[in-house]
Write a protein that binds this ligand. Structure first.
Ligand code: TYM
Length: 336
């Protein structure tokens, strides 16, 4: 298997249109997407086909896609520089997914932890799409021959599978055709939720939304789990085991972090004050983003146009890959 060629500076990443972008998504992935735009050729997708593996309501789904598009733009994805589009605008994703399904083993998919979790959560809808979800994800990445994939830790298993699938296809049809994409992680590779136990996610309802108002945020933050041994104000706290303190690490200045660390250990401040300081730090970072999102919400047609334009640019690359793949596999060209 060929390693990613040194001149491959293309990256791909995706996010599901659940309608909520939470700070876990931002800290684990999106913030990195924004920074990487400087040095990479970036392709970002709102992966609607992945999200249809669970039951949804079509009208609300369109709104959710738009809202995620707005959040990404407000966070700093620059559509002049990067390609931003909705997955189903480029039908080649599903075509390549079919092709990859023939070089993916049943047993491999059964081992995917996300599949196990989701089939627990949606026991009455364990559909085949939920099972083959990682095959579509492999197609997303390799359709663009991307060398890099900025994601949170929960996607590493899927990425490993994408590498394996690409290797297998290459071995059969053309050694070196698909690169071996590498993960790009942030220091916040696994952000915990307000329960302080599980990964922050919409389905666990333990999230802080990226674009929430200070009131909405505070309503959740004030009840967020802290050091379980700190029961009274006069008990000294242990920042190293406190999830709220870890969030300070992502949002607060060095000075505030040092101050909170000291005052928590000496019981100089309680968890309530620590959370108030965090709320201020969060608002300083996220407030301007919420304002940009508000402006974009007033112009939905313009946002859709950005996504469609991204779709056109993505599709030009995707068609080229599929033309080559068809030829290498002995399939005729697609009808015009
Ligand atoms: P999704 O929509 O669940 O999440 C989008 C991105 O956010 C990261 N993330 C987190 N990072 C740190 N802490 C958390 N609590 C947290 N929660 C989410 C995810 O790792 C992800 O990077 N299957 C993917 C979407 C996808 C994709 C792709 C990603 C489809 N095709 C191709 C990369 C490449 C998903 O469900 O992400």
């Amino acid at each position: 298997m060929t390693d990613t060629p040194a001149d491959n500076r293309r990256l791909f990443s995706g996010i599901q249109p659940t309608g909520i972008v939470h700070i876990g998504n931002w800290l684990g992935a999106i913030q990195n997407w924004v920074a990487l735009q400087q040095d990479y050729e970036c392709i970002f997708s709102i992966v609607d086909h992945h999200a249809t593996t669970v039951v949804y309501e079509p009208e609300a789904f369109r709104e959710a896609m738009l809202e995620v598009g707005i959040a990404l733009l407000a966070a700093g994805i620059d559509p002049e520089r990067s390609v931003l589009f909705v997955q189903s605008m480029v039908p080649e994703h599903t075509e390549l997914a079919w092709i990859f399904s023939t070089v993916t083993m049943y047993g491999e998919l059964g081992r995917m932890t996300q599949f196990k979790d989701k089939s627990e959560q949606h026991q009455h809808n364990v559909n085949v799409g939920l099972f083959t979800y990682p095959v579509l994800q492999a197609a997303d990445i390799l359709l663009y021959k991307a060398g890099f994939v900025p994601v949170g830790e929960d996607q590493l298993q899927h990425l490993e599978l994408a590498r394996e699938v690409g290797r297998r296809w290459n071995r059969r049809f053309d050694e070196g055709f698909f690169p071996e994409p590498k993960a790009l992680l942030t220091p916040a590779r696994r952000v915990l939720g307000t329960d302080g136990q599980s990964k922050m996610s919409k389905s666990m309802n333990n999230y802080l939304g990226l674009l929430e108002s200070p009131d909405e945020r505070w309503a959740k933050l004030k009840d967020a789990f802290t050091d379980p041994q700190r029961l009274r104000l006069k008990d000294p706290g242990r920042p190293e085991v406190c999830n709220v303190f870890s969030w300070h690490g992502f949002f607060s200045s060095e000075e505030t972090i040092a101050q909170v660390d000291r005052d928590c250990r000496t019981a100089g401040i309680g968890c309530f004050q620590c959370k108030q300081l965090l709320a201020d730090s969060m608002e300083a970072r996220l407030g301007p983003m919420r304002e940009r999102a508000e402006e974009l919400r007033a112009r939905p047609d313009q946002v859709w146009e950005i996504l469609h334009e991204g779709g056109r640019r993505a599709r030009a690359i995707a068609r080229q890959t599929l033309t080559e793949v068809r030829e290498l596999m002995g399939l005729p060209g697609a009808a015009e």
